[in-house]
Design a protein around this ligand. Structure first.
Ligand code: NAP
Length: 501
């Protein structure tokens, strides 16, 4: 029996207005159908935006601490259903079960954090430059938020966007990636179980061009929060400019781990394997460049090869599996084409092919792949491959290392393994990225610090932590004059000075 999924419009789960559907299969086994989903279009977006607009007055008027109480209940329900949601995620997009649990845990953490923000949502109070006048800035809700999410963190990323949007008093229309709509539908069902009212969160499933464009173009959608490819982000940003929308973009990465000659190599190896091959390398923060000091290069690459050779590929629900499938057959082709480029540009250490042994042939698998002697300007060292492929770049000195770290167009996450405290601090100062790690891989962000990157990784906004509130709220500066007379700011300064003397 195939499960039929629907859009959420206001209080109702509905088929696409056109009746069109598409079927999604598990990347670990293409014979396993995840479900049948609506292939929606602009008419469905119109209905969802109407529902979100209708829900806005009551939701935005609800005191923020009360909205926080609802998010607190949501957090508890997500924690209770963590296993169910994690298993669905592994089936739908392939990441191994412990990582899927981590994905759901991120959503739980953000729900608790944003629930607490309901009692803060700090503004600013400052002394006025005039006597008998009060000055403050408060946060205001904006309206309907359009949320467009990728498939690689199918619960965490919707949570990163929805929870700050909701705590600030906005309502939302979310379009999940076409590869992971089931996770978002189940996630939103749990939000409603926690008490999120009808119309506050709406779901429209369908393609980027049909549904995504309609959300971006809609005049009543006031802000767009998007995570995905840099090219898609640029397209969205240009379209959204026509209706003067506020747009937050979280885009690609080409993240380096620098392993210095004095590093704890065992620790560095553990971290590299986790950062480069976890989620089959399909993380925006994946370590796709390893910048390794020449003095330890041969030893490091030899040991890394040995470690990677023992990684077990398979279905993410199987406890023995270290590395799950990549998202779909198209991804296998894209990664294979980069492996072919890599063979021309560098030395292949291990991997380099689709994995098709036994049961793997039923799904979309790619061998964990390492290249070495990679030139910093090689395509495999510059372009986001988004698969289990990493490039080793040998280096001799620190200045060269900084230049190579910063030589890519992205700036999401950087990491350095060293025992030298001076180099540790220099890396934080000199590596151009939104996230910086020392003696830790390129992944592992926590819910209460800002997340995002520099350069082509985004457009300057940050997700989660308090920083997310700046995107999802509008500042209003408020002046209350209780002097009982006309006081002209910037003009009556002489009068103020005279009064003082
Ligand atoms: P994607 O192809 O850009 O898709 C992301 C979302 O945008 C999907 O929902 C997609 O819909 C939709 N979309 C596609 N074209 C669109 C358009 N023209 N207008 C509006 N929406 C459109 O990216 P992806 O393959 O899902 O995700 C991988 C990328 O995300 C990588 O580059 C990765 O680095 C990046 N990422 C960044 C972060 C970060 O925080 N910086 C985090 C995670 C991932 P369909 O699925 O229907 O095509």
């Amino acid at each position: 029996m195939t499960t039929t999924y629907r859009n959420l419009i206001g209080a109702d789960w509905k088929a696409a207005a056109s009746g069109a559907t598409f079927t999604s299969v598990s990347p670990a086994n293409h014979e396993e159908v995840i479900g049948e989903f609506p292939s929606s279009g602009p008419a469905d977006v119109e209905a969802a935006v109407d529902a979100a607009r209708a829900a806005f007055p009551a939701w935005s008027a609800m005191p923020a601490p009360k909205r926080g109480e609802i998010l607190f209940r949501v957090a508890r329900i997500l924690a209770e259903r963590k296993e169910e949601l994690s298993r669905l995620m592994t089936r739908e997009m392939g990441k191994v079960l412990p990582e899927a649990r981590g994905d759901v845990q991120e959503a739980i953490d953000v729900a608790y954090y944003m629930a607490g923000e309901g009692r803060r949502l700090f503004g600013t109070t400052v002394p006025s430059e005039m006597p008998d006048k009060f000055a403050m800035a408060i946060r205001r809700p904006i309206g309907v938020a359009g949320i467009i999410t990728p498939w690689n963190f199918p619960v965490a990323i919707p949570a990163w966007k929805l929870f700050p949007a909701l705590i600030c008093g906005n309502t939302a229309v979310i379009k999940p990636a076409s590869d992971t709509p089931a996770c978002v539908v189940r996630f939103v069902e749990l939000l409603r179980e926690g008490g999120i009212p009808d119309g506050v969160v709406n779901v429209v499933i369908g393609s980027g061009t049909e549904v995504g464009n309609a959300i971006v173009d809609h005049p009543d959608v006031k802000l767009i929060s998007f995570t995905g490819h840099t090219d898609t982000g640029i397209e969205i940003s240009s379209r959204a400019a026509k209706t003067l929308k506020r747009v937050s973009l979280e885009l690609g990465g080409k993240n380096p781990i620098v392993v210095w000659e004095d590093a704890d190599l065992d620790l560095a190896l553990d971290s590299v394997v986790w950062s480069a091959f976890g989620t089959s390398g399909q993380r925006c923060t994946a370590a796709s460049r390893l910048i390794v000091h020449r003095a330890i290069h041969d030893d490091f690459v030899h040991r890394l090869r040995q470690r990677v050779a023992t990684l077990v590929l398979g279905d993410g629900l199987d406890e023995q599996t270290d590395v799950g499938p990549v998202i779909n057959a198209g991804a296998v082709e894209r990664i294979a084409s980069y492996a072919a480029i890599g063979r021309q540009e560098a030395d292949l250490v291990i991997g380099g092919e689709a994995a098709t042994d036994g049961a793997l042939a039923k799904g979309s698998f790619f061998q964990p792949t390492i290249f070495t002697e990679v030139k910093p300007d090689a395509r495999i060292a510059q372009e986001e491959i988004f698969g289990p492929v990493t490039s080793v770049i040998p280096v001799d000195d620190w200045d060269e290392t900084v230049r190579i770290v910063n030589s890519v167009k992205y700036g999401l996450s950087t990491s350095l393994f060293t025992r030298d405290i001076n180099l540790a601090f220099r890396s934080i100062r000199d590596f151009d990225s939104g996230l910086g790690y020392v003696n830790h891989g390129t992944i592992g962000a926590e819910a209460h610090l800002p997340f995002g990157g520099t350069k082509a990784t985004g457009n300057g906004h940050r997700e989660v932590g308090q920083a997310a509130l700046d995107f999802f709220s509008e500042w209003k500066s408020v002046y209350i004059d209780y002097s009982g007379k006309l006081q002209r700011a910037q003009i009556d300064t002489t009068f103020v000075d005279e009064e003082r003397t």
